[in-house]
Design a protein around this ligand. Structure first.
Ligand code: GRF
Length: 203
């Protein structure tokens, strides 16, 4: 399965996908990396792995439709079959979400549907939850919603700060995103309405 990865910054989840895809038995390859920021560190990570990486600064486009059409054209030219959002910080329009429906996934740093949006780690601490985590889900128009493919939970410790908690969640993200992509690439995930159904139990 050919992946297109959309980033805006650091790209550590992109790195985890590239690392996984480097294994000969992994059922997906990263065909293209796109960033809406020219200085995203993830672009360099992709280029040093020999993966095509393009900056499409959203500010260079007249409006959101023009920006999203440019991204779609680049993804389709590269033969991308599954778009993976990995720290991509632009809201996507219903047009883009519909165009890529059930071929567009995101990783979010919380156990959705808890804590959609930003600052999830501080909000989890403020809420006093004992577990936090991350979710890979198919993208729907409403922010951080859509059929859930996979989740990983991490414990919240009493002395956690947003930084220590986010580091623990990030380590889980780096395991979870390649796992979710593998499940999809192996055809083990089907979307049925608002839910993603797994064809067989997780390993
Ligand atoms: C991750 O926490 C991801 O869950 C969220 O944005 C962050 C991106 O980090 N959507 P990175 O760029 O992958 O390092």
């Amino acid at each position: 399965l050919k992946l297109g990865v959309l980033i805006s910054g650091r790209g550590s989840n992109l790195q985890s996908l590239m690392n996984a895809a480097a294994a000969p038995d992994f059922p997906a390859t990263v065909a293209l990396v796109l960033s809406n920021k020219a200085d995203a560190a993830g672009l360099e990570r992709a280029r040093s792995a020999g993966i095509p990486a393009l900056a499409l600064p959203h500010k260079d486009y007249a409006d959101k439709p023009a920006f999203e059409q440019a991204m779609t054209r680049a993804l389709e030219d590269a033969g991308v079959q599954l778009v993976c959002l990995a720290g991509f910080m632009r809201l996507l329009s219903p047009w883009f979400v519909d165009h890529w429906r059930d071929r567009l996934i995101n990783i979010h740093p919380s156990l959705l549907p808890a804590f959609p949006g930003i600052d999830t780690h501080q909000r989890a601490l403020d809420a006093g939850v004992r577990f936090h985590g991350c979710t890979v889900h198919y993208v729907r128009s409403e922010v951080d919603s859509g059929p859930i493919v996979a989740q990983a939970a991490v414990p919240v410790q009493s002395d956690d700060t947003a930084d220590t908690l986010s580091a623990r969640v990030l380590a889980a993200e780096h395991e979870l995103y390649p796992l979710a992509v593998r499940l999809i690439a192996e055809g083990r995930v089907t979307v049925e309405g608002d839910r993603a159904v797994l064809a067989c139990p997780l390993p």
